[in-house]
Design a protein around this ligand. Structure first.
Ligand SMILES: Cc1ncc(COP(=O)(O)O)c(CNCCCC(=O)O)c1O
Length: 446
C-alpha cells in the first residue's frame, strides 16, 4: 500500500448533500469572479486529495476515478512529490532556464531520455502544458524537415491553442467559434476497431490513412504525423494491432516525423511507461505532460537528438518552461513510478476494471464496447442492440456517479464514452466500490 502523505481516510463518505453548504458558497463567489467558459464536472470544491480520495470543503470524501484528467497517477500530494517540491520551493521558485539554468531541468531531461521509447540518443525541451508541447513538437518537425504539412487523425485531441485546435477533431466544446485555425493541417481516418468495418486489420486501417494522406497532400510534403497511441478525449480508442507500427514505418520511409502524443497515455498510465511501448513503436518525437509531475504543470518534447538539435539556438523556449519546482515534482513522481512499479500496478488495475466491465457488458446491452489499457479504461455506451451512440445515458450515468460520490469522466467524439482514470495508487477496495457505483449508474434501473 502506497503511503498517502495527506493521510486522508481512504474511504468514500458523504456527510452532506452534494454540493454541501461551503461548496455552494464558493459556487456563488465563482459565478461573480470566474469566466463562464471555464467549466467544471463536479459541483463540489476540493479541500485536499490523496490516494484514491478527493475530500471536499464540506468534509465529503469522494472516490477519484479521474485523477484530474489523468494527471495524479502517483496520487495528489504524493509523498516524494511533496518532499521534492518542499525542498525546491524554499531555494528558488523561478529563475528562467533561458536566463540562469539549473540542474533540475537537466535531471528531468536525462530521465526522459531514459524512460521514453527507444534506445537512441534523445534530447528534450520542457514546457508547461500538453498543448505547448504539441505546438513545439510540430515546430521542431517543420524546422527539421523543411516541410509544412501536418497530418492528424479522426477523433484526435491535442489541445486548446490555435494550432492544437486545428489538430483536434471535435468542434464542441473545443473549437466552435475560435477560428480561423492554423493552416497546413490535414485529417485522415484512424483505427477505431469498434466502428471500423468488421474484421479491418491494423495494417488495413493504416493503408486507409496513408492513402488519404498521399492523395490529400503527398508524402513528400508532410513534415509530421501526430497521433495519440491511445486516443484520450476522442474516446479511449485503442487502435487495432499493427496500425501504429505500419503508420510509423510509412513515416520513416518518407522522411516524415512520427510524433506520439502521450500527454494522456504516458507515464505508466496504460501499464507500460508509454502506450507506444505496447506496440513496440519508437516515435521520433514524444510529447508528454499530465502524469509527468504529479500535478505540477510540466510538459516536454523528447526526441531523436538530431531532430531536437536541428532548431537554431534560441528557437525553443518560453518563460516558465521547466520551472524548477515542477521539475522537482517530476523527479519525485518518476521516482515513485519506478520505486512502486506503477506500470505493473496499472496492469493490475486493468484486470480489475476490465473483468468488472466485461461482466457488466454480458448483462447490460447499453455497453457496446469495453476497451483501454492499464488504468486508462472505458465503456462506449450505445442504444441497446445497435452501435448508435447514447450520449444521454452516458451523461446520466456520470451524473449518478457524481451524486453517489464517485468522480467519473466522460469523453468521445459522440459524448458516449465513460472513462476510468483512477490514480495508480488507489486501493483495490476503493476501485471496486467505484466500479459498483458505475455499474449501478449504467444499469437500466440506475
Ligand atoms: C493527448 C493530449 N494531448 C494534449 C493535451 C493538452 O494538454 P493541456 O495540458 O491540457 O494543454 C491533452 C489534454 N487532455 C485533457 C484536456 C482537458 C480540457 O482541456 O478539456 C491530451 O489528452
Amino acid at each position: 500500500m502506497t503511503a498517502v502523505s495527506t493521510e486522508i481516510p481512504q474511504r468514500r463518505e458523504l456527510v452532506t448533500e452534494l454540493p454541501g453548504p461551503r461548496s455552494r458558497e464558493l459556487a456563488e463567489r465563482r459565478s461573480a469572479a470566474v469566466a463562464a467558459g471555464v467549466g467544471s464536472v463536479m459541483p463540489v470544491y476540493v479541500a485536499r486529495a490523496g490516494g484514491g480520495i478527493v475530500e471536499d470543503v464540506d468534509g465529503n470524501r469522494l472516490i477519484d476515478l479521474g485523477s484530474g484528467i489523468a494527471v495524479t497517477s502517483v496520487g495528489s500530494a504524493a509523498p516524494r512529490v511533496v518532499e521534492g517540491v518542499r525542498q525546491q520551493v524554499g531555494e528558488s521558485t523561478h529563475t528562467c532556464f533561458m536566463v540562469t539554468p539549473y540542474e533540475g531541468y537537466v535531471d528531468v531531461c536525462e530521465k526522459l531520455a531514459e524512460v521514453t521509447p527507444g534506445d537512441h540518443a534523445k534530447k528534450s525541451a520542457l514546457f508547461n502544458s500538453g498543448a505547448e508541447a504539441v505546438e513545439n513538437a510540430v515546430k521542431i518537425a517543420r524546422y527539421a524537415t523543411g516541410r509544412q504539412a501536418v497530418v492528424a487523425v479522426d477523433h484526435a485531441y491535442h489541445g486548446r491553442t490555435n494550432l492544437t485546435m486545428a489538430l483536434t477533431a471535435k468542434a464542441m466544446p473545443y473549437k466552435k467559434g475560435f477560428g480561423p485555425f492554423a493552416s497546413d493541417v490535414y485529417r485522415v481516418p484512424t483505427s477505431y476497431p469498434f466502428r471500423d468495418p468488421e474484421g479491418m486489420t491494423g495494417e488495413q486501417a493504416a493503408q486507409r490513412a496513408i492513402l488519404a494522406a498521399d492523395k490529400a497532400i503527398g508524402a513528400d510534403q508532410i513534415a509530421a504525423v501526430i497521433i495519440e497511441p491511445i486516443q484520450g478525449e476522442g474516446g479511449f480508442i485503442v487502435p487495432a494491432p499493427g496500425f501504429l507500427s505500419a503508420l510509423a514505418a510509412w513515416c520513416k520511409d518518407n522522411g516524415i516525423v512520427f510524433i506520439a502524443d502521450e500527454v494522456q497515455s504516458g507515464f505508466c498510465r496504460t501499464g507500460a511507461w508509454f502506450a507506444s511501448d505496447h506496440e513496440d513503436v519508437v516515435p521520433d518525437l514524444v510529447t508528454t505532460a499530465k502524469g509527468i509531475a504529479g500535478g505540477l504543470p510540466l510538459a516536454a518534447v523528447t526526441g531523436r537528438a538530431e531532430l531536437m538539435d536541428a532548431v537554431h539556438g534560441g528557437g525553443l523556449g518560453g518563460t516558465y518552461g521547466g520551472n524548477p519546482v515542477a521539475c522537482a515534482a517530476a523527479l519525485g513522481a518518476i521516482e515513485t513510478m519506478e520505486a512502486e512499479d506503477l506500470a505493473g500496478r496499472a496492469r493490475e488495475i486493468e484486470t480489475i476494471i476490465g473483468d468488472r466491465l466485461r461482466e457488466l457488458q454480458a448483462t447490460n446491452p447499453a455497453i457496446g464496447d469495453v476497451r483501454g489499457r492499464g488504468a486508462m479504461m472505458a465503456v462506449e455506451v450505445v442504444k441497446p442492440g445497435t452501435k448508435e451512440p447514447d450520449a444521454e445515458l452516458t451523461a446520466a450515468a456520470a451524473k449518478r456517479c457524481h451524486e453517489q460520490g464517485v468522480i467519473a469522466l466522460t469523453c468521445g467524439t459522440y459524448g458516449n464514452v465513460l472513462r476510468l482514470l483512477p490514480p495508480l495508487v488507489i486501493s483495490d477496495d476503493l476501485l471496486r466500490e467505484g466500479l459498483d457505483v458505475l455499474a449501478d449508474a449504467l444499469s437500466p434501473k440506475g
